[in-house]
Design a protein. Structure first.
Length: 602
């Protein structure tokens, strides 16, 4: 399983440039939280200054007060030293706090931005992505980005400043001893780089394994009924165990590297301290330096290690952040294909004419699903679309709803290209009951009301009465207040379809599109619903996609689609007389039912 192939296949070079662009982008975003960023900067400066001053003061205390026996002065200086330490502690606390504040503000805004973008993206985007990746982009990647790019960079900036400050003061105090103290730095960097690379790889494995196990959990919960029905529980469990083992092994791998890394770093720092002690001791003995300077230098050397190791840490987590950023910005920069053009018109008083003119469309380039389709639905006409599975019926609706745009040709509503229509008004004017009904968690009443926000209970009940499903809903355990469950799980498919139809009708739309909306409703309910629908469809344009030809029979006109092409159209009688494909479909259907009735399952 390869996740995020884009991140995996991108070369280092591409990353470098995008890293730079990314930093600019992040800092642009951060400029919105000026006050908090200013407080971070202030705390960094305070931390650096106190960090430089404490060892220096300690040196002075030793040389000028302890060694010279100046006791009253020593008390004052100790107090100053204490204040400096307190200042350092306070500035560090403030620094951590404000970095987190900035980070969380940034994170909040980024998450909201991604979420609102997700709502606006075209359907094409969603069919080409895995849901797990998108969830990960919204939740995990944003926090990775925050950890590294915002908090990480802010704290590294702080460390950089204190690094520069410490080196500067060391040079000021004693340039030669500074050279000795820094002699070890190349070794420090070498260890850091070597480990950085290994850690990067180890972290990559961890991320991959974590993503894999998350995905497995997601997929196995979504497909739980299939898993149980096919007795795949054992197999799924085994796969999960394997991934789970690999995940913990990957984590241990990282821990092992980290466990080696820190002692190594400590050792190198100790080496520096020994160098300073030895060389400093020599300088003291020849009278070229004071004891206070040596003590101060030991403290400074200890202060160097942290910023340097921070950089190393940064190097490897930056990789993770870059991968995360790539995914986030890929989402944020995805084109909203279904954008409306400038000067898009609001659909008003729709007559309900729909026309597809020479429409060709493909989901995958080069594999057209609709080929030069011409369909004209007159206002107030109810047209049935029939055709075998995969013929392109739902695709047709996708184009009318403007979930996708055609590659060639035009889709017109009341003679206006849908590309030039305000999307909101298009979707308000057309009520669509998708093939896969989605009910949101909540009551049946709430779910119907989604069709027309602000509708009253009475309106909902009136529509259901007209549809003839009022009694049916009343009979449910809590009537209209019956809980539909997550994704309508507590209802049958047919029940869900009835609710979806009521939801669509509540809108009082000019155009109604039903995609197999009656497919899971029993024949008797369907017959009843058909009568009611006929009344409800009066004065509206309808496109009814039907597998059941009994539904199609009633419509004003029937369009037969096969393999992405319109092959026949006419009324039921016309098509039956013509001994057409429709006739064939119709005959086969009756035969299947008859066969089924004659040979009931034993
Ligand atoms: P449709 O979804 O339009 O078929 O897919 P249909 O006529 O409604 O079929 P049923 O009756 O509901 O089953 C038409 C073709 O487009 C492909 C499908 O694989 C099918 O061959 N397709 C559909 C894609 O390639 N990508 C998609 O996102 C959807
Ligand atoms: Mg379909």
């Amino acid at each position: 399983m390869t996740l995020h192939p884009s991140a995996a296949t991108l070369g280092e070079e591409a990353r470098e440039t995008s890293a730079w662009g990314l930093l600019k982008r992040v800092s642009r975003d951060l400029s919105r939280y000026r006050v908090q960023v200013a407080l971070v900067a202030l705390s960094i400066v305070a931390y650096t200054l106190t960090g430089i001053a404490t060892p220096y003061t300690l040196g002075i205390i030793i040389d000028n007060y302890i060694l010279k026996g100046n006791l009253p002065g020593l008390a004052t200086m100790s107090l100053i030293y204490l204040l400096l330490l307190l200042g350092q502690w306070a500035s560090m606390t403030a620094n951590t706090y404000y970095i987190q504040t900035v980070g969380q503000l940034y994170l909040r805004d980024l998450r909201n931005k991604i979420f609102s973008k997700l709502q606006r993206l075209s359907m094409k985007f969603f069919t080409s992505r895995r849901i797990g990746d998108l969830v990960s982009a919204t939740i995990n990647d944003t926090s990775t980005l925050n950890d590294v790019l915002v908090s990480g960079i802010l704290s590294v900036l702080g460390h950089l400043l204190s690094l520069v400050g410490v080196v500067a003061i060391m040079i000021y105090i004693n340039p030669v001893m500074t050279a000795v103290a820094l002699a070890n730095v190349p070794l420090l960097i070498f260890i850091a780089r070597t480990y950085g690379r290994r850690l990067k790889e180890a972290h990559r494995v961890v991320r991959k394994k974590v993503a894999e196990s998350t995905m497995l959990v997601e997929e196995s919960i979504a497909g739980i009924s299939t898993i149980k029905a096919f007795g795949m529980d054992e197999r799924v469990l085994r796969i999960f165990n394997t991934v789970s083992n690999e995940t913990s092994r990957a984590f241990v791998g990282v821990a092992k590297l980290m466990g080696l890394f820190w002692p190594f770093m400590d050792l190198t720092v100790t080496l520096s301290v020994i160098l300073v002690l030895a060389f400093g001791g020599y300088l003291v003995s020849v009278g070229a330096a004071s004891i206070g300077v040596v003590v101060a230098f030991i403290q400074y050397v200890n202060r160097l290690a942290r910023p340097i190791t921070q950089f190393v840490n940064m190097y490897d987590s930056l990789q993770a952040a870059l991968a995360a950023a790539e995914r986030i910005y890929a989402v944020l920069d995805s084109e909203e294909v279904e954008r409306e053009g400038i000067g898009a018109v609001e659909l008003k008083n729709l007559r309900g004419e729909i026309e597809l003119k020479n429409v060709t469309f493909s989901y995958v380039p080069g594999r057209p699903v609709l080929k030069n389709v011409n369909i004209h639905v007159r206002p107030g006409e109810v047209v049935a679309v029939v055709g075998s599975t995969g013929a392109g019926k739902t695709t047709l609706v996708n184009l009318i709803m403007r979930f996708y745009d055609p590659d060639e040709g035009q889709v017109l509503i009341d003679g206006i290209d849908v590309k030039k229509v305000k999307l909101g008004s298009l979707r308000r004017a057309v009520s669509y009951v998708p093939q896969e009904t989605y009910l949101f968690p909540g009551t049946i009443m709430d779910n119907i009301k989604l069709g027309k926000p602000g509708a009253s209970d009475e309106e909902v009940i009136a529509v259901c009465k007209e549809l003839g499903i009022h009694e049916f809903i009343e009979r449910m355990p809590d009537g209209y207040m019956t809980d539909a469950g997550e994704m309508g799980k507590k209802l049958s498919t047919g029940e869900k379809q009835l609710i979806a139809i009521a939801r669509a009708m509540l809108r009082d739309p000019a155009v109604v599109i039903l995609d197999e909306a009656l497919s899971s409703i029993d024949v008797v309910t369907e017959a009843m619903l058909r009568g009611a629908m006929k009344k409800l469809m009066e004065g509206r344009t309808g496109i009814i996609i039907a597998h059941r030809l009994s539904t199609a029979k009633d419509c004003d006109r029937i369009i037969v689609i096969e393999d992405g092409e319109v092959i026949e159209e006419g009324t039921h009688d016309e098509l039956m007389n013509a001994r057409s494909r429709y006739h064939e479909l119709y005959k086969n259907m009756t035969r299947t039912i008859t066969t089924a009735l004659l040979n009931p399952p034993k």
